[in-house]
Ligand binder design. Structure first.
Ligand code: SF4
Length: 352
């Protein structure tokens, strides 16, 4: 009889030995002079597709090619500041491997952005001295993408052996260098059952108070791989358990942390869903990539999502973008039901 393969055990203690955590949101807000919450205007510059990981669900896949010409990136940065943005986000691809990233961050500081942020896989930050170099240039915040609660899952999803250990090391190095750090997880079929374990590790053990769970976006590789796609209804039991964990331990919630969800899926948590709502549209946040001008983030959602005929009877119909068109093609609209009355909210984010 074939023997069942035993899952490799994950020794949390070994991974966390020497882990460094001391930064708090309130300290960072004071230190960096963050503007009053929640109306922080942000601009994101997508620097290119180049990356040192090979995530199987990458949504940046084949969009832009190599790096933006350096002069173009600096021009977009100056334009973003002229338009009154306080927060600048550099993403990709992977911003840490962009050849002109250090002078670009230094220029962002010179221009007076209060928050200079990377969306990163964290790999480079594991290298000694790298976090310190960027912190000295002006980097204030990094959202590190970690897509599993153990090395096997994260390494498989990112296509890089040792990526989990490096991401954890990177988070520790960033904390040491005084850069405020949080994690992002892209929910898919291979990791959705791990959400409670993920919260236990990153929130319970590592003490992070900023974290985001994004339901997989139907673009790039994710939209092409049916093995990664999963319906909301399959994810909700595990997500609810995670939310209950956060509620019971009275976790401080720094900001909204559910991405690509709609209020009717979890009406009592609508207040921590990121990408819907009048305040999100009004903030006028923008994104720039390649040759085109910057465009409002809300227009991306307007393009990708659609409201359903039954949304007309929902209290959120005026402010909700609706559901991803490609998701509806695959799973239909049976999971979405109009909300008749706004519910009391379980969480209240302290910043945005
Ligand atoms: S408007 Fe539609 S998709 Fe949005 S919360 Fe209401 S029923 Fe759900």
């Amino acid at each position: 009889m074939a023997q069942k393969r035993k899952a490799a055990s994950f020794d949390k203690e070994a991974y966390l030995a020497g882990y460094h955590r001391r930064l708090d949101l309130y300290d960072v807000v004071r230190r960096d002079g963050w503007p009053p919450a929640p109306m922080v205007r942000s601009a994101e510059i997508i620097l290119g597709d180049t990356c040192n990981a090979r995530c199987v669900f990458c949504c940046a896949h084949k969009k832009m090619g190599d790096w933006l010409p350096e002069a173009r990136a600096f021009g977009l940065l100056e334009d973003a500041r002229r338009r009154g943005n306080e927060l600048i986000v550099f993403s990709g691809g992977e911003p840490t491997v962009c050849p002109y990233i250090v002078p670009l961050v230094a220029r962002a500081r010179e221009l007076g952005f209060s928050i200079i942020e990377f969306m990163s896989n964290g790999l480079k930050f594991a290298e000694p001295g790298f976090a310190g170099k960027l912190a000295a240039a002006g980097l204030t915040m990094v959202k590190v993408s970690v897509h599993g609660a153990d090395p096997a899952t994260h390494d498989r999803l990112t296509g890089v052996r040792g990526a989990f250990a490096k991401a954890l090391r990177g988070i520790s190095e960033l904390n040491k260098a005084g850069v405020y750090t949080s994690t992002n997880l892209a929910i898919n079929r291979l990791n959705y059952r791990q959400l409670p374990l993920y919260a236990d590790l990153f929130v319970g053990r590592m003490g992070l108070t900023g974290f985001c769970f994004y339901f997989g976006f139907y673009s790039g590789k994710f939209s092409e791989d049916g093995n990664l796609q999963v319906p909301y209804s399959a994810v909700l039991p595990s997500l609810k358990l995670t939310l209950e964990y956060l509620r019971v331990r009275k976790t401080r919630i720094d900001w909204k942390f559910l991405g690509n969800f709609v209020p009717c899926l979890l009406p009592s948590c609508a207040g921590v869903m990121i990408d819907w709502g009048a305040d999100y549209k009004n903030r006028n946040n923008s994104v720039s990539a390649g040759g085109g001008d910057s465009r409002p983030v809300s227009s991306i959602y307007d393009d990708r999502k659609t409201r359903l005929p039954k949304c007309r009877g929902c209290v959120y119909s005026g402010v909700c973008y609706g559901v991803d068109r490609l998701y509806l093609e695959k799973y239909g609209d049976g999971e979405f039901e109009p909300v008749k009355k706004e519910r009391k909210q379980v969480f209240r984010p302290v910043y945005w």
